[in-house]
Design a protein around this ligand. Structure first.
Ligand code: PLP
Length: 318
């Protein structure tokens, strides 16, 4: 039977090319076998990277490229995966792919280090490979609207179960359960608690609250992904907004008392939360600190704030 050619992804036109086994191939040839170990057991690590198109500068800017690839390679340690390439080689390969796809719109880039072995049984073999895809991508949620979220009945996986820090493919079943539950219950998204009952993060994004002029976020030991955007937001809060930033445990009910709650992440960007468990947060809209951070972040990632030019890798001029 002839296989159908992908003309579209759920995010827009299908790209021309992807990377499979470390080689650039036509997008429709980037397929894996049904027996592939990672398809069966989730034994891979991945990254989610965004690029933003700037019409005025006629350029596509990839955000925090090096930090993402460094995290990918670091995360390989958890599963004892060998990415088979250095950080620079993976970066160059990803950049070659993005250039070849010639998108002139906002994009998403996903490198995955995975186990290609056709092998039954969860034990991993020593065979590891690199795949990358690059597709157009718009907003994850509309950033102008404050989200209605619930505390998930699903707990974030513990570091000694499946470490959230590792950005492990199989770990995202935890996020899928939380998002799907929230959608079916009529919410926009979910916040997950740790096994000990404290706040960890959103389904696929980190979480911050603003209370009494202080920005508070759970520490990296709270079963969170050590978010690149989280670190940037903490930096901007101090340097641009003059806020005090504190990393500490957050109780569930502190969310109800917060002046603002917001999510941050590469995919999500910065998103205000208007209610948690149907309790209105602050005025119920996107709060003033969240709005300021959204504006700053948006300008930076679109290449409109030269002070933060070092966050960006230009795709076509470079
Ligand atoms: C579970 C989870 N937490 C947080 C984040 C945010 O991390 P980053 O800002 O590095 O994209 C992500 C990914 O985007 C995620 O999947």
């Amino acid at each position: 039977m002839a296989t159908k050619k992908a003309r579209m992804t759920d995010q827009g036109p299908a790209p021309g090319y992807a990377v499979l086994d470390g080689q650039i191939v036509p997008f429709d040839d980037a397929r894996v076998h049904i027996l592939t170990h990672t398809f069966n057991y989730g034994t891979g690590v991945f990254e989610g990277i965004r690029g933003y198109w700037n019409d005025r500068r006629d350029e596509l800017f990839i955000v925090r490229f090096n930090e993402h690839i460094e995290r990918l390679v670091a995360n390989c340690r958890v599963l004892m995966l060998d990415p088979g390439h250095s950080v620079d080689e993976i970066t160059d390969l990803c950049l070659d792919l993005v250039r070849k796809n010639e998108f002139r719109q906002d994009i998403y880039l996903r490198p995955i280090v995975y186990c290609p072995a056709l092998r039954v049984g969860p034990g991993m073999s020593d065979e590891h490979a690199l795949a990358v895809y690059n597709i157009p991508m718009g907003h994850y949620h509309d950033p102008s609207r404050a989200l209605d979220v619930m505390i998930s009945t699903w707990r974030r996986t513990d570091d000694n179960a499946i470490p959230a820090r590792g950005k492990i493919n199989g770990a995202y079943v935890n996020s899928s359960l939380a998002i799907t539950e929230a959608h079916r219950a009529g919410f926009d998204d979910a916040i997950l608690l740790n096994p000990d009952g404290h706040v960890s993060e959103g389904s696929v994004m980190n979480l911050c609250i603003v209370r009494g002029g202080v920005l508070i976020t759970p520490p990296v030991t709270a079963n969170i992904l050590e978010g690149i955007t989280r670190a940037d937001v903490m930096g901007l809060a101090v340097s641009e907004l003059g806020l005090r930033v504190v990393e500490r445990e957050i109780d569930r009910t502190e969310l109800y008392y917060a002046d603002e709650v917001f999510f941050c992440g590469t995919g999500a960007k910065i998103l205000g939360v208007g209610s948690v468990d149907r309790r209105v947060i602050g005025e119920g809209g996107v709060g003033p600190v969240t709005r300021k951070l959204q504006k700053l972040y948006d300008a930076i990632v679109h290449g409109e704030d030269d002070r933060y030019g070092d966050w960006l890798t230009p795709v076509y001029a470079g």
